[in-house]
Design a protein around this ligand. Structure first.
Ligand code: BJW
Ligand code: ZN
Length: 242
């Protein structure tokens, strides 16, 4: 393990630009359930019923029950050592961009300034009819809350079958093209397009460091694959480079 952390630090110390891509595993040690795996949300809930535009159109109350429960859970959670370590990376000797699939806002709470939230934020709600968007931390919200135009408001997150925001993807691509190292932490690397981000960076010449409790489809391609908790490993990596 120590040897792998040193190898990761060696790659990072040479890099002028670094991108980290994070997923639900990074928030797991804050008490937020992941999606897949033994205790994953998709073992208890059906994504088709809760995380698609069709589900929201059919039953906005059910979707909002689920998001109210998660908003309550997220609000009680705090950043863990992995979030803190990733925030510290902004002080590293390289240009650093954090790309997260997480919607919980914990990276910003930990102090990260340059965060690209590719699947949106649970703390914004929006109207798909008139385009209204607001920051909203009320828990619970009505199920559903309504816009002044009369349509039901929805969480400003990306559901299955929906496109990621073009402006954010543009910034992600720019960062991936510049990156000399891409760190991929706490994601199963199965949901596209986020699962392709590291591969895109690697095709443009970046080295890849993966931090995960288990192997993923990315593991065989990674230059350094560290098996462990993000909350253990990320601080060790940061300590070795700062
Ligand atoms: C730890 C740890 C610890 C645990 N330390 N590690 C077939 C092939 C390819 C693609 C598709 C396909 N069929 C459909 C698609 C497209 C689909 C997709 O990729 N599906 C796959 C599942 C097959 N993608 C989409 O639909 C996307 N949109 C799209 O493609 O649009 C196309 C389009 C173009 C133009 C116009 C219109 C459309 C959108 C995807 C949106 C995903 N949304 C969700 C919900 C977000 C809102 C919410 O949270 O409520 O995003 S689903 C869920 O999965 C969530 C996550 O961000 C995302 C990724 O999950 P993540 O973060 O990787 O979590 P887990 O649980 O999977 O993994 C956790 C990992 O952590 C594990 O590996 C653990 O081992 C590890 N771990 N504890 C370190 N302590
Ligand atoms: Zn509206």
């Amino acid at each position: 393990m120590k040897h792998l952390v040193e190898k990761a630090a060696e790659l990072l110390n040479k890099a002028r630009a670094v991108v980290a891509v994070t997923g639900a595993g990074v928030s797991a040690e804050s008490g937020i359930p992941t999606f897949r795996g033994e205790d994953g949300l998709w073992n208890t809930y059906r994504a088709e019923d809760l995380a698609t535009p069709e589900a929201f159109a059919k039953n906005p109350a059910l979707v909002w029950q689920w998001y109210n429960w998660r908003r309550g859970l997220f609000r009680k959670s705090s950043p863990n050592p992995a979030h803190v370590a990733l925030a510290k990376m902004e002080n590293g000797p390289f240009d650093f961009t954090l790309v997260t699939q997480n919607i919980d806002g914990l990276h910003s709470l930990a102090g990260s300034k340059n965060v690209l939230e590719v699947h949106g934020s649970i703390w914004r709600i929006r109207c798909d009819t008139c385009g209204y968007v607001e920051h909203n931390e009320t828990v619970p919200l009505p199920e559903p809350p309504f816009c002044t135009c009369g349509a039901p408001l929805r969480p400003d997150v990306v559901w299955f079958g929906e496109a990621l925001e073009a402006g954010i993807i543009g910034k992600v691509m720019e960062a991936l093209m510049r990156a000399e190292v891409v760190i991929v932490a706490g994601t199963s690397s199965v949901v596209y397009p986020a699962a392709s981000f590291a591969v895109t960076a690697m095709q443009a010449g970046a080295a890849c460091i993966e931090v995960n409790l288990h192997n993923t489809p990315l593991t065989p391609m990674a230059d350094v694959a560290i098996c462990g908790k993000a909350g253990d490993i990320m601080p060790q990596i940061v300590k070795a480079i700062l």
